[in-house]
Design a protein around this ligand. Structure first.
Ligand code: TEU
Ligand code: CA
Length: 542
């Protein structure tokens, strides 16, 4: 199989609003990112996925775009962005742009035109429907941000579709001119020398709203093949689709190079494991490690050579992994290293979300007034109306809310964690005095250096990229697996718990300890006692 550059790099996600503020207005910006490129180079990453930096009224922090070819004034200028692309390139780092083309902002010129009248040339760029017979919404489609996905438009007396906020009208991918306009816009960015695209909720673009089909619609793959053909297919770019509804079968359709669609997709099967089946992410249940192992093993083995995995614990929509599935108290560093080692030695392209590499944690709120994210705010109103107790809703937000990932990056122990000299747009996590980049860099035993070493291992050992995967049968709370490549074998052993565990692999002869989260001498795995969250990778004789 052909090999691609994006199979061997680690990608770092920057959420610009929260990364680094260079001018004291409390909002992260592009010059702030440029100032931290040396730090990212030191970590060893090969690409940055930049969450949206386009012009936007910020209903959904930039995921509501009003001009795809202009930079959000708060973040800087097009010249700043060109400089970022160039300076990153000098450091061997490519810039992956976030492509949000399931919807635009209602302030986008296309929508401003479209809503003028039924026969406006842009009308069909969006999805419109007549009221139901009783005058109400056309059907039962729901918005991810609570309530109906249909918004009534007074002027034309029709409803438009918004699978997210009513300020994020859905584009109509059945319209050929609209698709062409999107491809032209993509080529504008490709011509700037970007490294690729992350495609926001791309599995929704094949929607058939009249049949209440949203994800995985009938023409989805046809559109992606067309997009590939008209844009990135002619360039050596990374493309990663955000696909909440992907199964391994579907992921192979997207990511098998033969199908000429995308490099890989983000699949979210593991992300749903700590919610009650059939309910919302807010309906909490504890994670079962056994289920997590089965899900990961399934994706590792099923994609194998017919597709490519992306590997992630975190992004700007998800709570911090150490708080979620590790231990953000006594074992913060140990569990963080375990989670890093476990993930980064799997087969696929790993993604690090800003702050993950220093072990940032969730931020606790006590009242809804401390929350900024639209998803949490809408859910709160909806559940208050439905009679849920306040405390239960706040608990769900503390465990799962998106603000957890969006608190400012913690650079040092000065005021506001060195993120801004002004007032941060979202409060800094009070633990910044101990958890920050400066402290991490000064401590050779910090999580940062575990991530750095994992990236280095990947660069120097083809087995990490290409090796086969096999889940080992062990006690429930131990996540152990084997990688094999060209006569070499690695074992990766992780204690996914706060308790000691025993692993018994008497036949294993250890040749080398490659990485670990402690300082134990590991010479045999016969009746080996793992301390809480202990994690290591060893090279073994065949
Ligand atoms: O996220 C898709 C999405 O469905 C999320 O809203 C997700 O369901 C939720 O955050 C987690 O439960 C993408 C972007 O990553 C997100 O930031 C945007 O809000 C959304 O699309 C709309 O563009
Ligand atoms: Ca700023």
């Amino acid at each position: 199989m052909k090999q691609y550059w994006w199979q061997s790099v680690v990608v770092y996600q920057v959420y610009p609003r929260s990364f680094k503020d260079s001018n004291g207005d409390g909002i992260g910006d592009i010059q702030g990112i440029i100032g931290k490129l040396d730090y990212l180079q030191k970590l060893g990453i090969g690409a940055i996925w930049l969450s949206p930096v386009y012009q936007s009224p910020n209903e959904d922090n930039g995921y509501d775009i009003s001009d795809y070819q202009a930079v959000m004034a708060e973040f800087g200028t097009m010249a700043d962005l060109d400089q970022l692309i160039a300076e990153a390139k000098q450091r061997g780092i490519r810039i992956i742009m976030d492509l949000v083309v399931n919807h635009t902002s209602d302030e986008h010129a296309w929508f401003v035109e479209a809503r003028r009248s039924k026969n406006n040339p842009y009308r069909d760029y969006y999805v419109w429907a007549d009221p139901a017979k009783d005058g109400g919404v056309p059907n039962g489609l729901q918005s991810t941000f609570s309530g109906s996905a249909w918004q009534y438009d007074q002027t034309s007396q029709q409803y438009y579709l918004h699978l997210f906020s009513q300020k994020q009208p859905d584009l109509n991918w059945q319209n050929k001119e609209m698709r062409q306009a999107v491809y032209n816009m993509m080529n504008f960015w490709i011509d700037k020398g970007i490294g690729g695209f992350r495609l926001d909720v791309i599995d929704l673009i094949g929607k058939q709203p009249e049949q209440e089909i949203t994800g995985n619609g009938p023409k989805l793959h046809q559109y992606l093949q067309e997009m590939n053909q008209q844009t990135f297919g002619h360039h050596d770019l990374i493309t990663v689709g955000e696909t909440w509804g992907a199964t391994p079968e579907i992921a192979k359709l997207y990511s098998n190079p033969e199908s000429h669609e995308l490099s890989m997709v983000f699949q979210f099967e593991h992300v749903g494991l700590d919610e009650q089946p059939g309910k919302a992410k807010w309906d909490l249940q504890p994670l079962k490690i056994g289920a997590l192992k089965r899900v990961f093993a399934k994706w590792q083995t099923e994609l194998d050579d017919q597709g490519w995995n992306s590997l992630f614990w975190n992004n700007h929509d998800l709570p911090r992994i150490i708080s979620r599935w590790g231990d953000d108290g006594q074992y913060r560093v140990a569990s963080g290293k375990m989670l890093a080692i476990l993930l980064h030695l799997l087969k696929g392209t790993p993604y690090i979300y800003q702050g993950e590499e220093i072990g940032m944690t969730n931020r606790i709120v006590h009242d809804i007034s401390e929350v900024t994210d639209i998803e949490s705010l809408r859910m709160y109103d909806e559940r208050i109306k439905a009679g849920y107790p306040k405390a239960t809703i706040i608990e769900s937000i503390n465990v799962k809310g998106r603000d957890n990932a969006r608190t400012p990056m913690q650079w040092n122990q000065t005021t506001n964690a060195g993120f801004t000299t002004g007032k941060p747009w979202l409060a800094v996590n009070p633990n910044y005095e101990t958890i920050n980049v400066e402290a991490a860099l000064a401590d050779p035993d910090s999580l940062f250096y575990t991530y750095q070493k994992l990236i280095e291992l990947r660069k120097n050992n083809p087995i990490v990229i290409w090796g086969s995967f096999e889940l080992l049968t062990t006690a429930e709370m131990i996540f152990a697996y084997k990688r094999c490549y060209q006569g070499e074998t690695w074992l990766v052993v992780n204690n996914f718990s706060n308790q000691a565990q025993i692993i018994d692999l008497p036949d294993v002869k250890i040749e080398q300890v490659l990485i670990q989260n402690g300082h134990e001498s590991i010479t045999s795995l016969a009746n080996y006692h793992l301390s809480p969250w202990q994690s290591f990778a060893v090279k073994v004789a065949n």
